[in-house]
Design a protein. Sequence first.
Length: 79
Amino acid sequence: MSITTYETYTVETTGLTVSLLVWRRFKRPMFGMVERILELNYGLAEKGIFLPIGTKVTIPIDAPTARSIQIAPAIQLWD
């Protein structure tokens, strides 16, 4: 079971997209997060690719669970 909290972000610069907002917030790829944000913020997609200054965007923040945390296997370059 995952616990979701929400953050509200106000766009303060030009040229910001939802995808870039996700990257700046999480500092890593978050598969499906753009779609979740668009579903959560009704009418956000109609504002265009670049979000207008002053737009408030609600971002879901999931608490990590043991199931969602995956450790990549180590890669060995030499024997």
